[in-house]
Design a protein around this ligand. Structure first.
Ligand SMILES: Cc1ncc(COP(=O)(O)O)c(C=O)c1O
Length: 389
């Protein structure tokens, strides 16, 4: 094992967590000084502020005019559960899962909703299920970007325009960093805490006209808590999608989300956000391709995430360890980088294979990834010495 000198240059921002994600460059708490705190979200100024978030979301994400955009409670989880509980059960469901979050949705649908006609399409960490096996006569639930494996669907070409079922897509670590093809998506969800670095606890639910049709033509067999209820008397409750949220949102979070959207607009919109994330992935790819000790967990380059980059450690000393020791060694690397204040929260997700996960979404500066990678090389050598001793 060659000696690697401790690098001198540190990232100017060491936040590489996969959620809550780094704030946008230049963010300070001062941006919240105009927040409508202490005012009713149902006052005219309150509603105008919420509507501005919806309008700018449509603008930045290029969402068609006939799609509804709603702010719901409970972050992305709240948005996904609202959709699953409100819409599933009308037909059989194909559920795709290739990492922890997708797996979680399957568990909910089978164990909580008790749906029987479920087909699971699974793949292990690092792979995608065969997208050709999906039956679009059924409803389809999938995650656009599997945050815990760093595997994304390459595009939406596998989804037919003339599908009979609905597509329900958890896009929380994809929205604002990957191009979502709206004509292929009936329900899309995400949370503010991801690519835009907003505050957590609010989810966004985007509905196609076909999703609305389902809500108005189908009533699930189970009771729906108020927080999930999108209809009233078999009609869509349109007000939810016009700034009258089901319950009270945080006006601080609204302000923060607006700041993120204004930043996105100021740098050139979706194209610029995607470019930032893709260039970050390219930066990490250059480093990985030159390293013997690190590899992508995602096997197919087409499926490699440009937001949650998940890495395997392939150094000889590491591969000689048993799984428990691999987990300990990965944790040591993460701790060391944290102690050095060069990277926070970059351990792989608890259910994923031991390794690293580096957030590279649009708020991450390329220069900070460039500064980070020599530190990882250094930490790998430092920790190897503990294990080779
Ligand atoms: C793919 C995916 N789905 C759902 C969630 C849960 O999101 P939230 O905590 O915003 O509800 C996450 C969080 O990391 C995620 O990555």
């Amino acid at each position: 094992m060659s000696n690697v000198k401790k690098p001198k240059n540190r990232p100017s921002n060491a936040n590489f967590s996969s959620g809550p994600c780094a704030k946008r460059p230049g963010w300070t708490p001062d941006i919240l000084s105009n927040a409508l705190v202490g005012r009713s979200h149902r006052s005219n100024p309150g509603k105008r502020r919420i509507q501005e978030v919806i309008d700018k979301t449509r603008l930045v994400l290029e969402i068609p005019e006939n799609y509804r955009i709603g702010i719901v409670a409970g972050s992305d989880t709240g948005a996904v559960e609202t959709a699953l509980w409100s819409m599933l059960g009308a037909r059989g469901v194909d559920m795709l899962q290739w990492e922890s979050f997708g797996k979680g949705w399957v568990g909910d649908v089978i164990d909580q909703l008790n749906l029987k006609d479920i087909k699971e399409l699974k793949a292990e960490y690092g792979k995608l299920p065969n997208l050709k096996d999906v039956d679009f006569a059924r409803d389809v639930v999938f995650t656009w970007n599997g945050t815990t494996s760093g595997v994304r669907v390459p595009n939406a070409d596998w989804i037919p325009d003339d599908r009979e079922g609905l597509t329900i897509c958890d896009a929380t670590s994809a929205a604002f960093a990957m191009r979502l093809t709206w004509s292929k998506l009936d329900v899309t969800t995400y949370s503010w805490q991801k690519v835009m670095g907003g505050e957590a606890q609010h989810g966004i639910l985007v509905l196609s006209p076909r999703a609305v049709e389902r809500l108005e033509s189908y009533t699930p067999a189970w009771p729906l808590p108020k927080i999930f209820r999108l209809t009233s008397g078999k009609k869509l409750n349109e007000t939810i999608f016009k700034a009258a949220t089901i319950n009270t949102p945080s006006m601080l979070c609204i302000e923060d989300a607006l700041d993120g959207l204004n930043w996105a607009i100021s740098i050139g919109g979706l194209k610029a956000l995607i470019k930032r994330s893709e260039e970050n992935l390219a930066e990490l790819t250059r480093w990985i391709e030159n390293s013997k000790d690190i590899e992508f967990l995602a096997e197919d380059p087409e499926t490699r995430s440009c937001t949650s980059v998940c890495l395997k450690i392939t150094a000889d000393w590491f591969l000689k360890l048993n799984n428990k020791k691999r987990i300990d060694a990965s944790k040591r690397i993460v701790e060391l980088l944290d102690e050095e204040k060069v990277a926070y929260d970059i351990g792989s997700y608890r259910d994923a294979p031991p390794g690293l996960r580096i957030w590279s979404g649009a708020t991450i500066e390329n220069s900070n990834l460039k500064a980070l990678t020599p530190w990882i090389d250094w930490a790998l050598v430092e920790v190897s010495l503990e294990y080779e001793a």
